[in-house]
Design a binder for this molecule. Structure first.
Ligand code: ADP
Ligand code: ADP
Length: 227
């Protein structure tokens, strides 16, 4: 069992209770869409799962193992956050290759170039492979950062608003393409978005979060039909 589970997770920033007793599990191969308004706690939940924030209470388990005290780089988790953190001196292709070249990468060396080429093509940025991040638009930067997450074969994949900066047409096209790519994996994925319709279309299950609490969890049909 290689799922991701949060149990009783709480996280406070000063007066703000960003996460308030979150219980959530994502099974192997499952895409969980996490949706709710701005400030609901989506980013914090992803950051806690990635190990970038330490929860004040509760636990994160991956593959049945507690992640308590396990550093982000040692969790085998790939993530995309809104601040893309592309290496400015590396091209789009080199940025995408970088996690594959890091120690502990699960992708064998002979697969690196092909994996990067496939993902750049999936995200329609194959023609931008030789560009530096400074020469990219906002939507192109977002896709370059997303490529860096998708090339990996992580134990869990956390995508915080992965397509928010794309125009409507490309967003519609890529949400299907990315979803299909996630479905072929046997690791759990979380896809956070404030867009409820996007969540219903990409999630095997949808979790609705507000004020740091999970308000509803269910299949898209169940969430869609509930009042
Ligand atoms: P979302 O991703 O759903 O927009 P966030 O997880 O970013 O929500 O934020 C949840 C709440 O926690 C918000 O009220 C936000 O202002 C607050 N928050 C998040 N990170 C911090 C931080 N580092 N310091 C203080 N408050 C924070
Ligand atoms: P999002 O819109 O995805 O929630 P934000 O732009 O609100 O992202 O937050 C970006 C970063 O700033 C995150 O690392 C988050 O933890 C932090 N942050 C969010 N709200 C606050 C806050 N009120 N004070 C300090 N840091 C914050």
């Amino acid at each position: 069992m290689s799922g991701l589970a949060l149990s009783g997770v709480a996280k406070r920033f000063g007066e703000t209770l960003a996460l308030d007793g979150v219980n959530l599990s994502v099974g192997p191969g499952e895409v969980l869409a996490l949706t709710g308004p701005s400030g609901a706690g989506k980013t914090t939940l992803c950051r806690v799962a990635a190990g970038l924030e330490t929860p004040d209470a509760g636990a994160v388990r991956l593959g049945g193992r507690s992640m308590d005290g396990v550093a982000p780089g040692k969790r085998g988790v790939a993530f995309l956050f809104e601040s893309y953190a592309l290496y400015p001196h590396l091209t789009v292709r080199e940025n995408a290759l970088s996690p594959l070249r890091a120690p502990g990468s699960a992708v064998p060396r002979e697969r690196h170039d092909a994996t990067v080429a496939e993902v750049l093509s999936l995200l329609e940025i194959a023609h931008l492979g030789d560009r530096l991040p400074a020469a990219l638009s906002g939507g192109q930067k977002q896709r370059a950062a997303l490529a860096r997450a998708l090339v990996q074969a992580p134990r869990a994949l956390l995508l915080d608003e992965p397509i928010s900066h794309l125009d409507a047409k490309l967003r519609h096209k890529l949400r299907g393409a990315i979803r299909r790519s996630l479905m072929t994996r046997d690791s759990p994925s979380i896809w956070a978005t404030p867009d409820g319709l996007e969540a219903l279309s990409v999630g095997d299950r949808v979790a609705v979060i507000d004020g740091g609490r999970i308000e509803q969890v269910g299949t898209p049909e169940e969430i869609w039909l509930s009042p």
